[in-house]
Design a protein around this ligand. Sequence first.
Ligand SMILES: [Zn+2]
Length: 413
Amino acid sequence: MPNALTWLFLLAVATAAAMRLWLAARQIRHVRAHRAAVPGEFAASITLGAHQKAADYTVAKVKLGAWDTALEVAIVLAFTLAGGLQGLADLWARALEPGSLWHGSALLLSLFLLQAALSLPLAYYRVFVLEQRFGFNRMTLALFLSDLAKQAALALVLGVPLLLAVLWLMARMGEQWWLYVWIVLTAFGLVLQLIFPAYILPLFNKFTPVTEGELARRVAALLERCGFRSRGLYVMDGSKRSSHGNAFFAGFGATKRIVLFDTLVERLSPSEVEAVLAHELGHYKLHHVLKMLALNAAITFAGLWILGRLIDQAWFYAGLGVTTQSTATALALFMLALPEFTFFLHPLMARYSRRREFEADAYATRHAESGELVRALVKLYNDNAATLTPDPLHSAFYDSHPPAAIRISRLTS
Ligand SMILES: [Zn+2]
């Protein structure tokens, strides 16, 4: 029974998809138009060949993204208006009582499993065709499958108890259920952050502590200067999956550790790594991680409050193609439909993130050599085949990091 929500939802889906495809087309056009020459400020440090590889890689990724858009629209509509979710609910109702904890868990688990299975071919293509073609892939099929098995096992071990807890609270806590669910989700997120570096990351990668040599000395001196304590500096074998390089901080409080990809250490000089780490330290020292956690908690709070209003409204279910009113179908519909509406918040989130990047860069220039950071960034743009000439609108909409030219001109000014 289509109602006003149905039309609003369809409008959101169509507008979001059209917007994504339009931005993709703009990005492709812009990158291609600038393919013939390296931008002046990079002419001395990046070859034309590397610049053109970055253009081709960017175009290939955007094209794949367009397929991803189409697939997502198909999945969202198949499960909602086309009756997929209702079909699943009916299927499970043959064995389990609708509205019960078990029916709800089975319904949501099978939904997640189907979604994951449907997006698997594109994930496979991304690694073994796209990344492979541009020489970035180091993953074998065996590793791909073992990663998949580990992720599935983790999702079950961590996700099923969480799911049961959420559904139980929704059923038992009356009007205020959403507040209890919010507390549980927030606590779960915090615990996950704490156990992530020590218990989850090692399932996928090997970490080798760095205690000697110039790099260790430089990093120790940097941490000293910044008044920062961590559980050590580690190099991670990122090269077993991809040749893209990165550096990050994992965990917080007493468990935080500094992790460098082996590919980064190989390519950058110790002083360049130091400058990159100074940037990462900036994120910590300026409380970006805590702010992000707080922002996520606030968004979850708002989302759950809204779901709390919707869950008893028959029009909410009917409008999205479902007749079985239960906590589980409400959750499923909310998770399926919400991203179509929040898509339009992307530019705000991206802008927020880019501002944090500028702040971390400014921090890095105060505690390390900005020239070294610039050199490191240019090497990373080069090695990762990141485009130097993104479409300004595409970049404003999506990019968590400022465009290369703007970022570097701020660092050198
Ligand atoms: Zn950053």
